[in-house]
Write a protein that binds this ligand. Structure first.
Ligand code: PAF
Length: 297
């Protein structure tokens, strides 16, 4: 497996693959790989001749006071995991390679970034859209892979590639969960044992919301309140947001109608902010939650 750290090295690597008519899948990550990232890499491995994974803790998507400095990094371990999963090359640039002196260009997606994480983390999605569009321009992949744990991020990227005519297919992959439902995240590493126990409340709350909708509840506020109560019943938890939203526009809804509903939440567990979501397909009278579940094998 190749370890590439400059844009030029990636361009040369990609040009060689293209001369051999090879298709390219890109898996953008911030490293500290877990089974969720590896499920993206496996999907990319199935669908492309060459799999490139980027590992870059992107400073522009962290706000002031967020965890940029303490975000976990483990490049050696990541290299081994990526190689064992069939990744052909890692692109791990230093910050000045991506943002050299004089850097001044940012990509802003409007509308869907007003809600959920976009509302509580101003500038976050601008940083994500900027770095992902740079990665798309550097690698020029046929396909790129994103996990549905970051549902809003995946929607933002899909909107961006349509609006900017970027010729890449966006493939989304189901959230990978621990046996007790906690969605895998590099940030789970921050949790103390008590907090780790409390963190199961996120998925419990989502399931509670889905059950209420499935049993016919159509008032979003009732669903939301039940989810909030579930979270606050655990030690060291604080709600950032709990939302019942339209799964396309991400706009909060008041009445649950036929169609796809997104239950999304961000919760502080101690000093760690965790997110999760579930989509529920609502037919006229029956609803079923349609997240394909993936658990580590
Ligand atoms: O999901 C992530 O890890 C990051 O937001 C991404 C897409 C790699 C951009 O930095």
């Amino acid at each position: 497996m190749q370890l590439l750290s400059t844009v030029n090295a990636v361009r040369q690597y990609v040009a060689a693959a293209r001369r051999q008519q090879q298709s390219i899948g890109l898996v953008p990550t911030m490293g500290y790989l877990h089974e969720g990232h590896l499920s993206l890499a496996r999907k990319a491995r199935e669908q492309n001749d060459i799999v490139i994974m980027s590992i870059f803790v992107n400073p522009t998507q962290f706000g002031p006071g967020e965890d940029l400095e303490r975000y976990p990094r483990a490049l050696e371990r990541d290299r081994e995991l990526a190689a064992a999963t069939g990744v052909d090359a890692i692109f791990a640039p230093a910050v000045p390679e991506m943002y050299p002196d004089g850097y001044a260009t940012y990509v802003r997606v409007e509308g869907i970034t007003e809600y959920l994480c976009g509302a509580s983390r101003p500038g976050h999605f601008e940083g994500v859209a900027t770095v992902v569009s740079k990665l798309f321009n550097i690698v020029q992949p046929d396909r790129a892979y994103f996990g549905l744990k970051d549902y809003q991020q995946a929607q933002v990227i899909k909107r961006m590639v349509i609006d900017l005519n970027i010729p890449v297919e966006i493939v989304t992959v189901p959230t990978v969960r621990e046996a007790d439902g906690l969605a895998l995240s590099s940030r789970n590493k921050y949790l103390t044992p008590v907090q780790r126990q409390s963190a199961t409340a996120l998925y419990q709350a989502l399931k509670k919301g889905a059950v209420l909708i499935r049993s016919g509840e159509r008032r979003a506020e009732i669903v939301r309140e039940a989810m909030v109560a579930e979270i606050l019943s655990r030690p060291e938890t604080r709600v950032d947001y709990v939302a019942v939203s339209d799964a396309q526009t991400l706009k909060p809804i008041t009445t649950i109608n036929k169609g796809k509903v997104l239950l999304a939440l961000a919760v502080w567990v101690g000093n760690t902010r965790l997110i999760d979501n579930l989509t529920v397909e609502v037919a006229d009278n029956v609803a079923h939650h349609d997240e394909e579940q993936a658990t580590p094998g």
